[in-house]
Design a protein around this ligand. Structure first.
Ligand code: SF4
Ligand code: SF4
Length: 496
């Protein structure tokens, strides 16, 4: 057992209101610069939808992530065979059309236009060329367009849904969408690190934050191509690549990242988890249908004496272990099994997990009593407006059982609280639902507390970073190009 600490995250999608405050907070701090205009280290997508950059989940086009080949895993592109060639020409690289041409407005015209019959307007101007442009796309271009034939229907996650399911999803009376905020997942097995020809990307030893060394980066953009989530970006002004740094200067001073701190819906949770780095390669080689469980099994019980002993042997401070014991992420991912990794089939092991969203309730009201449309208390999850198959593509590598489990538990908690506070559901029904959803009344209460009544201190349990004695955890990235379970020394050493 090789125990490491990783700062990790949960986004509770049932709480996101799509306000984009997180994106704006991040933009104001980190990407309000020349060459970074088009970058959104945090963006909020509407699902079903094509996202940013357009159709980033289409790995036939972008060839991001890992794939199983000849009994082990390889980068889909940027592997040892084609990395050199792709330095000169990379057909899988997203282009400006896949993002959008950043623009501002000719605001001065509002003040300086000569007197005339019409109101002056502020026309859009390209921030790249300085010329007037017709705006044709933007970072949240398909915002709220669930069901639109131009955007939502091109969502790669719809592949594999039956025609009937698609028809249902887009039937006018059932139209539905939900928000999907995204940042870099600070993965355990990051393709961006493995793909870089210059060894510029690295995973910080003490907390697992993935960063790009701006001195070493040569702007080859292999990371842009290799990241299946498209969360590294090329700065055309500096000639270097950049990405979300998880606001490490804020974390090091005990503050939550800006997008977490500003989140209006309070959907974001952050805490460290302990994981077993020695099993990364083994788990990355599992077949798709075992990946969710495999990924979950990497996260260790921080109260287990054997884990604590191994963590201490690796130089983890008591304070870091104690922080992991209080982590809200551990509760959502391991204890309650409510939060799932996005597209785990890319095999990067994202450390940002999502609680899948509930669809609108389908029930009838008779006087003061709410009636289900059938005797099966969970029927509206099975016939949910967002088909289970769709959510399973996003959060379960195609396995519906994990999403079903999370949705049933969420619904049971809601009904339990209804029985307690509103009274239009009997406690007997609520107890039956809890039992069927594998949830006790105590667990339901704890989920309710952390979901609905959570304070800053509940949501953000920030481990002490101990930068004064950072753990040297990485092998030289140059020596481990394109290899999985990237870069861990056997005996961790301390020292900057
Ligand atoms: S999401 Fe994962 S692969 Fe992509 S940039 Fe972040 S750490 Fe790298
Ligand atoms: S600030 Fe929070 S609620 Fe608003 S869009 Fe971002 S993640 Fe969603």
């Amino acid at each position: 057992m090789n125990v490491r600490s990783q700062v990790s995250m949960v986004f509770h999608l049932d709480k996101c209101i799509g306000c984009h405050t997180c994106s704006v907070a991040c933009k104001n701090i980190w990407t309000d610069r020349k060459g970074a205009e088009y970058m959104w280290w945090n963006n909020v997508e509407t699902k079903p939808g094509t996202g940013f950059p357009t159709a980033w989940e289409d790995q036939e086009k972008y060839k991001g992530g890992w794939e199983k080949k000849n009994g082990s895993i390889e980068l889909k592109s940027q592997n040892k065979g084609d990395a050199l060639f792709k330095i000169f020409h990379n057909p899988n690289q997203p282009t400006m059309d896949d993002y959008y041409e950043p623009w501002t407005y000719d605001y001065q015209n509002l003040f300086n236009a000569p007197e005339g019959a019409d109101q002056p307007t502020a026309r859009p101007i390209s921030m790249v060329t300085g010329e007037y442009i017709n705006v044709e796309s933007g970072p949240n271009w398909d915002d709220d367009l669930g069901g639109s034939p131009v955007y939502a229907k091109n969502d790669p996650n719809l592949d594999g849904l039956t025609e009937f399911q698609k028809q249902q999803l887009f039937a006018t009376e059932r139209l539905v969408f939900f928000y999907f905020p995204r940042i870099c997942n600070h993965c355990l097995n990051p393709c961006c690190v493995a793909a870089c020809p210059s060894g510029a990307l690295y995973k910080r030893g003490e907390d697992g934050i993935v960063l790009i060394d701006q001195q070493r980066c040569r702007g080859w953009r292999a990371c842009v191509s290799a990241c299946p989530y498209k969360k590294t970006f090329y700065n055309w002004n500096t000639g270097k690549s950049e990405k979300c740094i998880l606001c490490f200067p804020r974390l090091e001073t005990g503050q939550a990242p800006a997008c977490f701190h500003s989140c209006v819906g309070r959907i974001r949770y952050l805490g460290n988890v302990l994981y077993d780095a020695s099993r990364l390669e083994e788990v990355a080689n599992l077949p798709d249908d075992q990946l969710v469980e495999g990924h979950r099994s990497l996260v260790l019980d921080p109260c287990d004496p054997a884990v604590i002993a191994a963590a201490k042997a690796n130089g983890l401070h008591d304070s870091v272990i104690e922080s992991a014991q209080k982590s809200p992420v551990y509760k959502f991912v391991k204890t309650w099994k409510l939060a799932l990794p996005p597209h785990v089939e890319y095999r990067t092991f994202p450390m940002l997990f999502y609680v899948p969203p509930m669809s609108p309730v389908m029930a009838t009201k008779d006087g003061d009593v709410l009636n289900h449309e059938s005797g099966d208390l969970f029927h509206d999850i099975e016939q949910s407006r967002v088909p289970m198959a769709y959510l399973a593509k996003l959060f379960g590598a195609g396995q519906e059982s994990f999403v079903r489990y999370a949705l049933r538990k969420q619904k049971a908690v809601r009904w339990y609280r209804r029985a307690l506070t509103v009274g239009d559901v009997t406690m007997e029904t609520a107890q039956r639902m809890l039992a069927e959803a594998d949830c006790s009344a105590e667990e339901a209460e704890a989920i309710y507390q952390l979901t609905s009544l959570c304070t800053f201190e509940d949501r953000f349990v920030i481990p002490p970073m101990h930068r004064e004695e950072a753990i040297a955890m990485m092998e030289d990235p140059m020596e481990h190009k394109a290899s999985a379970g990237f870069g861990f020394v056997q005996g961790p050493q301390r020292g900057l």
